[in-house]
Design a protein around this ligand. Structure first.
Ligand code: TRP
Length: 334
């Protein structure tokens, strides 16, 4: 049996929230505990493709690493690394950029969204973002990449670039990674608008539960979360038309590790005045230890740095030979 090699990353752009935890981190931990060989990165080179603060980048990077660990990523089992600490990411990106068509990059919906109206003013880095992401993945010959829906197109590009390389140099060198789509089941939406994803960039902080929120704040945000006047229905079908209600049930189910149908069986006919306190309890029960561990870690920067150093060493052990072999295959003088 060949083991799965799993790779996934997040950008150190701001605090993580419940959506990142339930939609991504929790699955990373599951994959780790199922025995996969896991590489989890903090992609700071991606973070600088949009305006950022150079005074806080390093701290934001540590904070994401602390969130990974507090959320259950075990540095003894998984390699936890910072992208910029492994030169191979930038090196491979350049090599792959030479075999990526601009037309394909132009079709990336995330680029179109982020570049906005003035595409000609967008930086080359933003345009090439998916090539760097392809490099992140191919550099480790990852077989499985957990991503959210919004990253599927980028992963498809990575598969495409791998195939282009293999065809061009006539060998089966890069692995085409499989997406691990982490279920719509845990798509966490905004607490203010059940049709929008919970996001770190939404202007209202009341729309999300941050992993740094304390119990009082969590309770307040859930109490104020938008709902509708109906009691909870008996069937899932009836929930589908009620985005805010669906979202709260989804969050409850994900935290309790239960099926949504089962949560409905427990709460059918009950009002939100009864459901919300139950949701507060379970949210606080789950998140309080994470928040606490994160705050402890953040007080001990040296410990985080030690973990990231050791993760970088593990990452380089895999990445360096891949870069060397890629350059050999491409025919460089060495
Ligand atoms: N683009 C991803 C995001 O914004 C982050 C990312 C960068 C990533 N490199 C990756 C995710 C490689 C998975 C694998 O969410």
């Amino acid at each position: 049996m060949t083991t799965k090699r799993i790779l996934s990353c997040m950008q150190p752009t701001s605090h993580l929230h419940l959506g990142n935890y339930l939609g991504a981190l929790k699955n990373w931990v599951k994959l780790q505990d199922e025995g996969g060989e896991c590489f989890y990165g903090v992609v700071d080179l991606h973070a600088i493709t949009q305006p950022y603060d150079n005074d806080t980048l390093a701290e934001a990077t540590r904070e994401i690493a602390a969130a990974y660990i507090a959320g259950g990523v075990d540095p003894e089992k998984s390699a936890l690394f910072v992208q910029s600490a492994i030169p191979g990411h930038s090196q491979l990106m350049w090599l792959l950029a030479t075999m990526t068509q601009m037309g394909k990059l132009e079709r990336m919906t995330q680029f179109k969204d982020k570049a906005g109206k003035h595409k000609e003013r967008a930086g080359l880095g933003l345009f090439a973002y998916p090539v760097l992401m392809a490099a992140d993945i191919l550099l480790y010959k990852a077989t499985h990449v957990p991503v959210g829906d919004d990253q599927k197109q980028h992963l498809e590009l990575a598969r495409d670039v791998a195939a282009t390389f293999n065809t061009r140099y006539n060998r089966n060198f890069f692995i085409q990674p499989e997406p691990v789509i982490m279920g719509d089941a845990t798509r966490v939406m905004s607490l203010r608008d059940g049709t929008q994803k919970m996001s770190k960039s939404a202007e209202s902080d009341m729309s999300r539960i941050n992993l740094t929120d304390d119990a009082d704040m969590i309770a307040k945000k859930i109490r104020k979360a938008k709902t509708d006047p109906e009691p909870l229905p008996e069937t899932f079908k009836e929930l589908e038309e009620r985005p805010e209600a669906l979202n709260l049930v989804t969050i409850y189910a994900a935290l309790a590790d239960k099926k949504k149908e089962r949560v409905l069986r427990e709460f059918a006919g009950k009002q939100f005045s009864e459901f919300k306190p139950a949701l507060v309890d379970i949210a606080v029960e789950h998140l309080a230890p994470i928040t606490q561990r994160m705050n402890e870690l953040l007080k001990d920067k040296a410990e985080i740095d030690r973990i990231l150093q050791s993760g970088a060493e593990q990452a380089r052990e895999v990445a360096d030979p891949v870069i060397e072999e890629t350059m050999d295959i491409m025919g460089f003088w060495r």
